[in-house]
Design a protein around this ligand. Structure first.
Ligand SMILES: Nc1ncnc2c1ncn2[C@@H]1O[C@H](COP(=O)(O)OP(=O)(O)OP(=O)(O)O)[C@@H](O)[C@H]1O
Ligand SMILES: [Mg+2]
Length: 308
């Protein structure tokens, strides 16, 4: 990036690695995690903007998933503190983190194969009085809530075009459908921040367009999104902000058009990734663009194709 201070509406002050945001939803300081002699995460300062779609990119092994695990309470750091909506989350277990409105999906989907699609959805709900040993004994207390939760699950399944699979085992879904199920399940708890770890990985190209649409919808409904992705077309097309990690650190951040043409970022990828296509990093994608143009022309209905 150039020496003259670059500004951006999401940023308070100058744009650069670790820059302060106007309205951050997550703020992390000095978060480190080592595995034996390896420092997987060493984030000095990073802020995730509220109400925006932020992509977290970086070569394999950069520490993206480990950072997700730390923020969401699935792993414990060696050092560091971080807050979500202004309250500290360090030491807060994963189930409490999700109740606070920060939910995540996994790089390898974690849907429970021997449960039905609907049962998987119901597991994503919070505030279920039937889970409490005392209220569980009094059916009227939980029956109404259970009906509400089921109705919500069915609505989300319809939105994600999984309603026809409602009673099938989750194990029978395709890889892409499982990604959709995970995303739908994440929405059962009315999250404020949705964190997606490689939502596109393993997804059939026929489903990618609808996945992009679903992620953009989260933002238009007022949620903040943080996603990890290697698919640069997706990063370019839907993110408002891009944060780049390499060797555990935040090495660059900025709007996609700037970051993805930054030689240091391209080097960070190429350093570990000699087979990365530079065209993928910096070029546009005529196929996606043509699909988007067609979708806009057809009233935004890009969900016609599905994967079965
Ligand atoms: N449980 C673990 N035990 C030992 N090393 C680990 C563990 N989890 C991650 N690592 C190491 O930490 C580093 C960061 O891994 P991480 O999975 O966070 O990277 P990533 O950026 O998500 O990579 P990818 O893009 O391949 O998913 C890697 O070197 C990895 O081998
Ligand atoms: Mg990962």
């Amino acid at each position: 990036m150039s020496d003259t201070a670059v500004t951006h509406p999401l940023v308070a002050g100058a744009v650069g690695p670790g820059c302060k945001k106007v309205d951050p939803i997550v703020v992390a300081d000095s978060v480190t995690r080592t595995f034996g002699g390896l420092t997987a995460v060493d984030v000095q300062h990073v802020e995730i903007p509220r109400g925006a779609i932020t992509a977290l990119i970086g070569p394999n092994g950069a520490g993206k998933t480990t950072f997700f695990n730390l923020l969401t309470g699935f792993d414990k750091p060696n050092t560091g503190s971080w807050s979500f909506e202004g309250s500290s989350l360090a030491g807060v277990p994963a189930y409490r983190v999700s109740r606070k409105g920060m939910v995540r999906t996994f790089q390898l989907t974690k849907s429970l194969g021997r449960l039905s699609v609907l049962q998987n959805m119901l597991l994503g709900a919070t505030k279920q009085p039937g889970e409490n040993i005392f209220t569980a004994l009094i059916k009227p207390l939980w029956r109404k809530r259970e009906e509400e939760i089921t109705a919500k699950a069915e609505e989300l399944l319809a939105r994600f075009k999984l309603d026809a699979k409602r009673d099938d085992y989750a194990a029978s879904l395709s890889g892409g459908q499982r990604k959709l199920l995970e995303m739908a399940r994440a929405l059962m708890s009315d999250p404020v921040l949705v964190m997606l770890d490689e939502p596109m990985a393993g997804v059939n190209p026929a489903l990618t367009q609808s996945l992009l649409g679903h992620i953009k919808e989260l933002k238009s409904e007022g949620m903040s999104v943080l996603f990890v992705e290697h698919d640069m077309h997706m990063v370019r097309h839907i993110s408002d902000w891009v944060i780049v990690m390499a060797e555990g650190r935040v090495v660059a951040e900025g709007p996609p058009e700037t970051v993805m043409s930054d030689p240091a970022v391209i080097d960070a990828y190429l350093g570990a990734h000699h087979d990365t296509d530079l065209g993928d990093m910096t070029g546009s994608n005529p196929v996606i663009e043509a699909k988007e143009a067609a979708a806009a022309h057809h009233g935004g209905n890009a969900d016609r194709k599905d994967e079965h």
